[in-house]
Design a protein around this ligand. Structure first.
Ligand SMILES: C[S@@+](CC[C@H](N)C(=O)[O-])C[C@H]1O[C@@H](n2cnc3c(N)ncnc32)[C@H](O)[C@@H]1O
Length: 197
């Protein structure tokens, strides 16, 4: 498979928003995984300034519905999608993923999901999504190691405790063989690719 090259206009956003954008290593895995899944409609949770949604739409040709609670970031994302000519394929929804996900999964059939926001809520979001996706559908979850704090059982620093404890609960669910066939990747901040059983 030829290496996917993000649009240079998207790549430029890394200068200002790099901390918020998927790492190049995880992006490469995301794009390979999404292209292999050949989805028709992707749900992305966590748009930021629209980088990964743009890459997903450009690489797969799928429709992408993406959720972001920060209206300023979503405005930048819409500008990027327009500039790059992908705005007819991508819809940005402004609001809290916890409110929007239950509505969107009831309204559309998603055949690929990218989880990249509300890190302490991955488990809750997966519960909302699970019954509305088909067997074989992949959920790609980024940052599941959360700066190396998730592995093991050590009590994390207080300010990260909720995210780390909840991420451990999500990983317990993601690796439950009755629910998912899951591959864990020790790259960037950790990736889980969960295929619904
Ligand atoms: C890591 S960034 C997404 C990066 C993007 N997927 C990319 O790689 O280009 C996570 C984004 O999720 C948003 N976010 C966090 N919690 C959220 C929530 N509960 N609902 C909607 N958006 C949320 C943040 O504002 C942030 O912009």
């Amino acid at each position: 498979m030829p290496e996917f090259e993000p649009d240079p206009r998207a790549e430029k956003l890394r200068e200002d928003h790099g901390f918020d954008i998927i790492s190049r290593e995880a992006l490469s895995l995301l794009i390979d995984c999404a292209v292999a899944a050949a989805p028709e409609r992707i749900l992305e949770i966590g748009t930021s300034v629209g980088y990964s949604a743009l890459c997903l739409a450009a690489a797969t040709g799928a429709r992408v519905d993406t959720i972001e609670r920060d209206a300023d970031k979503l405005a930048k994302a819409r500008e990027l999608w327009r500039e790059c000519g992908e705005d007819d394929k991508i819809t940005g929804f402004c609001g809290d993923a916890l409110e929007l996900v239950p509505q969107l999964v009831r309204a559309h059939r998603y055949d690929f999901v990218f989880l990249d926001a509300a890190k302490s809520k991955y488990g809750v979001l997966v519960d909302e999504i699970y019954d509305f996706i088909d067997t074989g559908t992949k959920i790609f979850a980024d940052d599941v190691n959360y700066f190396g704090l998730v592995k093991g059982n050590a009590l994390p620093p207080h300010k990260h405790r909720t995210i780390v404890v909840n991420m451990r609960k999500f990983l317990a669910k993601a690796t439950d063989p009755k629910l998912f066939d899951t591959q864990l990747f020790d790259m960037a901040n950790g990736v889980a690719i969960c295929t619904k059983i």
